[in-house]
Ligand binder design. Sequence first.
Ligand SMILES: CC(C)(COP(=O)(O)OP(=O)(O)OC[C@H]1O[C@@H](n2cnc3c(N)ncnc32)[C@H](O)[C@@H]1O)[C@@H](O)C(=O)NCCC(=O)NCCS
Ligand SMILES: Nc1ncnc2c1ncn2[C@@H]1O[C@H](COP(=O)(O)OP(=O)(O)OP(=O)(O)O)[C@@H](O)[C@H]1O
Length: 202
Amino acid sequence: MILLGLTGSIGMGKSTVAAMLREAGVPVFDADAEVRAMQAAGGAALPAIEEAFPGTTGLDGLDRLKLGQAVFGNTEALAKLEAIMHPRVRAVQEAFMAGNAAEPIVALDIPLLFEKGGSKGVHATMVVSAPAEVQRARVLARPGMTVEKFEAILAQQLPDADKRARADFVIDTGVSIADTRAAVHRIVDCLRLHGVDKCRDA
Ligand SMILES: CC(C)(COP(=O)(O)OP(=O)(O)OC[C@H]1O[C@@H](n2cnc3c(N)ncnc32)[C@H](O)[C@@H]1O)[C@@H](O)C(=O)NCCC(=O)NCCS
Ligand SMILES: Nc1ncnc2c1ncn2[C@@H]1O[C@H](COP(=O)(O)OP(=O)(O)OP(=O)(O)O)[C@@H](O)[C@H]1O
């Protein structure tokens, strides 16, 4: 099985490309969705979060704003939260991989794949990328987004150019959806037939 790490900075089109991979028959593990499910009402991580960050959870699940305020900008607090989330997400990911062991390709959609060292555990990386002005326009069009928030998030992420330099495959989303889809299918088809090494220039 080829384990493909899918990543990209905010607004680059990662969710769209993840959907295209699924459409091409590649099972995709969504790390963010797992984190959110474990933090939603009744979620498995809530008791541990409440113990570490009292007052941040309730019957409706996690108060994301409150916890975000406690951890963003505070390295120690963020590490504490990650120590709660990471092993739990990892366990679900292992189960997902085991359940798809017969698949030729399995993708892991991990927003901070390079930042948090996850790229070491995959056979190849796919980075979703678009020109900075396209990214900016997409993100600022989202409800509730501000320039300050966007820039703070960007500052926490490895720059796009570095991600691209480290990637085995770069998917350009600054083009038409049809062209992006074609590029995704081309890489998936190549990987199925020839493996990672022969597909880098596909
Ligand atoms: C603190 C939380 C609840 C805030 O949720 P909220 O919905 O407000 O923000 P969201 O998750 O969309 O994150 C906003 C931005 O913050 C940055 N960010 C999120 N998590 C992290 C992190 N662990 N390290 C650095 N930056 C992060 C990202 O750039 C992201 O785009 C949430 O971000 C969280 O649980 N983060 C920790 C996740 C974690 O521990 N992951 C490791 C296991 S996979
Ligand atoms: N060629 C393209 N490929 C992918 N997305 C495109 C393309 N052209 C336009 N878009 C649009 O750009 C947006 C990308 O949003 P998407 O949610 O996929 O980004 P994301 O990187 O997952 O975001 P985030 O990481 O911030 O959650 C979508 O609205 C999508 O329709």
